[in-house]
Design a protein around this ligand. Structure first.
Ligand code: ADP
Length: 977
């Protein structure tokens, strides 16, 4: 064979591509070569794909240029050239040849051939051929034998240059006897050049494609980011926001884990704390606080710069992420207003390197996340504030309904415990003397609080005491058993009212607890309200007690006033006892009985009987006090029978003189309260009282009080009331006795007076009669002097008779033995007689006594003796108390009445004494020198008689000017009676 030939006609007919067909038909090889190249160029330009172009090129050269061709690209990892396209003219040896190339690839550092061409960009035809060539390129005998079997004869290499850079090497081989000449090399170089244009174009296309893909990917990621942003922003709460951010990060960055750490300030130091994560184990989530500078997140927090870590273990051998299998991490800071909020990290388990684009994406997301976090925090703060306001509002509402200190404490303790999520809440109050505090109420777990009822002196250094003493809240977030309890954390707040602490409110926790600003504010607000409410409730209770006491006192006073009024209304012994029984029911009992000893207190002797003298009861509900037959059931013996005190109870009270309180059991048994079992049902409470009636130091009877059906029970106040009733009863009874005794004494006295008067009157009449006889000289002559002396005897005797009559009248008027005897009374005659009785005495004093009776007033219908007595008494006084001037008697008509007026010009009566002159035995104090006689009963008899006669006796008087007594009587007494 003499050089290569380049067929054109069948260029595109791969099936006919055999060496024979390439026999040139024209001698113009140059032209043929140009045509071949043009056709090859067309063929190459027909594709825009690089791989396709290279494949076409390789195939194109076989068999026209060589027997076997390949295209290889460098592999920097293995340092060899890796065959990408291979073609052989002999289908039988394709596999063997390809296998050989794979087993013994050219090395990039070979001094000749593909390696050198790749390095230098210079095409090369290996100088050796045939056996020499085989020996030259073989790396081993096996290799050489294989090459021999393939009958390798010549080798040629051409670089594929794109924009001045070698991107691959075309290798071409001749087997059998064919060799390469420079024309072949030029041909190959020309082909490679054309291929390079296609490859360049294909690479541009690819690059463009890649750029577009990347652009689309970026757009898609931005879309995803927008989507994530929407999701992130749609949650108002921080936790939800963070979760949405993390889900977004994981999706956008195709990560296995993502986490958000937020900054917190502890003891003035900023720390990062894991707030949310996805894809982390439970263990990794329990990370402690990370100070800025530590680990990946710490580094980011410190620098405020994003960070990509390809190898976590190399970056931070202590990273907890290593245990999680995380290999690479990208992290960015979360910033708001130039301040660090925290750090977002994302990581993978594969050694996938995060790109700058990933980082940029994370930064974009972080920016949105930061504002979402700020917003969520604001929202939560606002919500918390509102929550606290509402909680406080609830406390206020609940407190407004709590009335007693007990209720107030319950409300406060419940709300404080719940709102602060504490396990126990405690209320301690200062003692009354203000020297100590008493643990008053514990709600929740008792082990976290001092025992209810424990007392601490304010000075003994106990924390709670300090809080009260210093009026300063105490917050213990983490301490071993503060205040000697099982609590771990503890807050105590003073309860202050008007600048003094009335106690303390405490909440306790079993584990360390951080008191947030809101918690503190809330707790302080609750404490303030609690103090106010407690004070209010105390005042309320005090006021209520006072009011209750006042009402009870008023009701007791009213009862006693009633009782006194009822008891005062009678001076009758039995009537008094009836009154007692009736006044006690129903105010003090459903049933009441009064049992008395026979006889008066000083007559009570052993063996005297106790008798029931009065009884009263209310009917049980549903029954009326009066039975159908009209009988009064309040004295029905059967109705309250089961409630009656047994005789021995009454006897005991009589003996001891002390009140007995008894219970009536459900079975109707009466038992002393002391003997009643403590667990006895309600009906066994005191409902029977037996009170002694004590008079003059002795028990003279009992009042039994019983609640039979009203369901009421006796208390101390009732008992005192009953005893008071008994003592008033005793007083009343004594009055009744006294009255009866007085009445009896009075009757005896009147009888005595009557007898005496009568006994006096008889001899006095004899004296007067005999004096008259002697004076008239019937028994013999009497001289002037004797007549005068007899006149004196007569006057004194008459005066005495007057007194006796007056006394008799008084005595009679005190008894029932002084009846009114009606008859015609001739007033004119009466006036004349009375005037003449006093004429001497008046004349003796140098005065005048005048009398006048209206013509139509001469006769009335009345009691003659009584009218006469009245007139005499009035005239006697007028005469007695007048020294000069005179006495005047006038009788006038006054409608249906008649007025008898006795007036004088005497000493008169002062206004202050006027009301008293009608009282029996009362006299105006007279000066010793001018003492006038008298008994002090004249006016009292006169008035009594006037009233008996249906008339009146009145007086007008002025000291030194005289007095006028007016007796007004009905003309006809019978009409009045
Ligand atoms: P006596 O027996 O003392 O007169 P009376 O009952 O008749 O008792 O009167 C009571 C008192 O009233 C008298 O003591 C006197 O002080 C006063 N008295 C009665 N009538 C007159 C009068 N006409 N003028 C002044 N004082 C009178």
């Amino acid at each position: 064979m003499s050089g290569p030939q380049y067929p054109l006609d069948n260029l595109k007919d791969r099936n006919r591509s055999t060496r024979d067909q390439f026999t040139p038909e024209s001698g113009d090889q140059e032209l043929a070569r140009i045509r071949f190249l043009a056709a090859a160029t067309d063929e190459l330009l027909d594709t825009s794909e690089m791989d396709d172009a290279l494949r076409r090129l390789v195939q194109f050269t076989v068999p026209e240029v060589c027997d076997c061709a390949c295209y290889a690209v460098p592999c920097r990892v293995t340092g060899t050239l890796r065959v990408e396209v291979f073609h052989h003219s002999d289908p039988d040896t394709v596999a063997a040849a390809q296998n050989l190339l794979e087993r013994f690839p050219s090395r990039l550092d070979d001094a000749y051939g593909a390696g050198r061409v790749f390095r230098t960009g210079e095409p090369e035809i290996l100088a050796a051929t045939g056996d020499d060539l085989q020996r030259m390129v073989a790396v081993s005998d096996e290799h050489r034998i294989a090459l021999q079997q393939l009958r390798l004869n010549a080798l040629m290499y051409v670089p594929l240059m794109v924009r001045g850079e070698v991107v691959g090497v075309f290798g071409m081989a001749q087997c059998g006897s064919r060799v390469f000449d420079t024309a072949d090399l030029q041909m190959a170089v020309s082909l490679a050049r054309r291929a390079s244009a296609v490859v360049d174009r294909a690479r541009l296309y690819l690059a463009e494609q890649e750029a577009r893909r990347r652009a689309e990917q970026s757009a898609a990621r931005l879309r995803d980011l927008a989507h994530v942003t929407v999701k992130v922003l749609q949650h108002p709460l921080l936790d939800d926001t963070l979760r949405a951010v993390l889900e977004g990060v994981r999706g956008l960055l195709a990560s296995d884990f993502a986490s958000i750490m937020l900054t917190e300030v502890h003891a003035g130091q900023t720390r990062l704390r894991l707030r949310a994560s996805v894809g982390l184990s439970e263990h990794a989530r329990q990370n402690p606080m990370v100070p800025p500078g530590d680990g990946i997140a710490g580094r980011i927090a410190e620098s405020h710069e994003p960070l990509i870590v390809d190898d976590v273990a190399a970056f931070d051998p202590d990273s907890p992420l290593i245990a999680e299998g995380v290999l690479s991490v990208v992290g960015v800071p979360l910033m708001a207003d130039g301040k660090l909020l925290g750090v977002i990290n994302a990581g993978t388990h594969t050694s996938h390197r995060y790109s700058a684009e990933d980082r940029a994406m994370l930064e974009l997301l972080a920016a949105r996340a930061s504002s979402a976090i700020v917003r969520a925090r604001l929202y939560e703060a606002e919500r918390r504030a509102r929550g606290y306001a509402e909680r406080l509002q609830r406390v206020t509402a609940a407190l407004s309904e709590a009335v007693t200190p007990d209720e107030v404490m319950s409300v406060v303790l419940e709300h404080a415990r719940e709102a602060l999520r504490a396990r126990t809440s405690v209320m301690a109050l200062t003692s009354e003397d203000g020297q100590s505090i008493v643990v008053t109420r514990v709600l929740g777990e008792p082990v976290l609080a001092p025992v209810e009822g424990s007392t601490f002196a304010l000075t003994d250094g106990y924390p709670l005491a300090d809080v009260v003493r210093e009026r300063k809240a105490l917050w213990l977030g983490d301490q071993d058993s503060p205040a000697g309890t099982g609590a771990r954390a503890w807050a105590a707040l003073p309860l202050e009212v008007e600048g003094r602490a009335v106690g303390a409110l405490t909440v306790a926790f079993g584990e360390p607890h951080e008191f947030s600003e809101e918690d503190r504010e809330f707790a302080l607000a609750v404490a303030r309200q609690a103090a106010q409410a407690l004070e209010r409730s105390r005042l309320f209770e005090a006021e209520r007690d006072a009011r209750r006491e006042a009402v009870a006192g008023r009701s007791r006073a009213a009862f006693l006033a009633d009782a006194s009024a009822v008891l005062a209304s009678t001076l009758d012994y039995r009537g008094t006892l009836e009154a007692v029984a009736h006044v006690a029911v129903p105010r003090l009992a459903d049933w009441c009985a009064v049992d008395m000893l026979d006889g008066l207190p000083d007559e009570v002797r052993p063996g005297t009987h106790l008798g029931r003298l009065a009884e009263a009861s209310t009917p049980p509900p549903g029954e009326s006090a009066t039975s159908p037959d009209g009988r009064d059931e309040s004295h029905d013996d059967d109705a309250p029978a089961r409630a009656r005190p047994p005789t021995e109870v009454l006897a005991r009270v009589m003996r001891r003189g002390r009140t007995a309180v008894h219970a009536i059991t459900a079975k109707g048994e009466v038992r002393p309260v002391a003997d009643t079992p403590p667990d006895a049902e309600r009906s066994a409470l005191p409902n029977l009282l037996v009170v002694p009636i004590l008079a003059q130091g002795r028990t003279i009877g009992t009042i039994s009080l019983c609640y039979t059906h009203s369901g009421r029970h006796y208390d101390d106040a009732d008992r005192m009331l009953a005893e008071e009733l008994a003592s008033r009863t005793a007083v009343s009874l004594e009055q009744a006795w006294l009255y009866r005794a007085a009445q009896q004494a009075n009757a005896a006295k009147a009888e005595f007076l009557g007898t005496i008067s009568h006994e006096l009157r008889t001899p006095l009449n004899a004296i007067i009669g005999y004096s008259d006889l002697l004076g008239e000289g019937i028994s013999g002559p009497v001289n002037e002097k004797q007549v005068h002396q007899l006149d004196r005897v007569r006057t004194s005797a008459r005066h005495l008779l007057l007194l006796i009559d007056e006394t008799l009248a008084f005595a009679r008027s005190e008894t029932d033995k002084d009846p009114v005897l009606l008859e015609e009374v001739d007033l004119r005659a009466l006036a004349r007689e009375a005037a003449s009785d006093f004429a001497d005495e008046v004349a003796e004093r140098g005065m005048v006594l005048e009398w006048k009776v209206d013509a139509d007033m001469t006769v009335i219908y009345s009691d003659h003796a009584k009218v006469r007595q009245i007139l005499r008494n009035l005239l006697s006084n007028a005469t007695k108390f007048t020294q000069k001037g005179g006495v005047n008697l006038q009788v006038r008509g006054d409608g249906d009445a008649v007025a008898l007026e006795v007036s004088d010009t005497g000493i008169g009566i002062s206004a202050e004494n006027l009301p008293r002159i009608f009282e029996p035995f009362w006299q105006v104090e007279q000066s010793r020198t001018r003492r006038v006689g008298g008994t002090g009963i004249g006016l009292s008899v006169a008035r009594k008689y006037a009233e008996m006669l249906g008339g009146t006796l009145s007086v007008r008087s002025a000291p030194g000017k005289g007095s006028t007594f007016t007796l007004r009587l009905p003309r006809d007494m019978s009409g009045v009676m």
